[in-house]
Design a protein. Structure first.
Length: 158
């Protein structure tokens, strides 16, 4: 199915927004690639590109400064749903990983994941998928296989 629109759903804070300015560059059964500018201006970065790994529950984004230099890679652990009209909604499951250009990595927002579990904002199934996807992602990073997730964007020169 061809994806025509993308919505981002956040749990904390609760919101669901249409990413109306994201440009879909490529898609197949396993990936969706987009380019975008930040929704809200930031001093550290201005634009980027993302690869949604639809079967792995991971969204890998390459963040660029305004001078087009790479800031870092930002990986969201996500859940996907797609309807018959080609609308993809991804839910940010809170756990994130930043991978720096030197290959070092930092896990973020596990406190938010814990809060969401404690407050009943995330289901047991979502939490399990989140932790399994996070484990898979960290395994790739720690075994120096992160290039597999970078490859779809690099192949397109993004």
């Amino acid at each position: 199915m061809k994806i025509e629109k993308i919505y981002r759903r956040r749990i904390i804070p609760e919101e669901c927004i249409l990413l109306k300015d994201d440009i879909i560059i490529a898609q197949d059964e396993e990936t969706l690639i987009t380019t975008w500018n930040t929704l809200h201006p930031k001093a550290s970065f201005s634009h980027g590109c993302s690869c949604f790994f639809l079967k792995e529950g991971i969204k890998v984004s390459k963040l660029y400064r305004s001078d087009n230099t790479l800031l870092h890679w930002y990986c969201d652990i996500v859940d996907y749903s797609c309807d018959q009209e080609g609308v993809l909604t991804y839910t940010d499951l809170l756990a994130d990983v930043v991978v720096h250009p030197d290959g070092s990595a930092k896990v973020l927002d596990l406190d938010e994941l814990a809060e969401a579990v404690e407050r009943g904002l995330i289901t047991k199934e979502q939490t399990t998928r989140c932790l399994n996807s996070l484990h898979h992602l960290l395994g790739l990073v720690y075994r120096e296989k992160f290039d597999r997730l970078q490859a779809p964007l690099e192949k397109l020169g993004l």
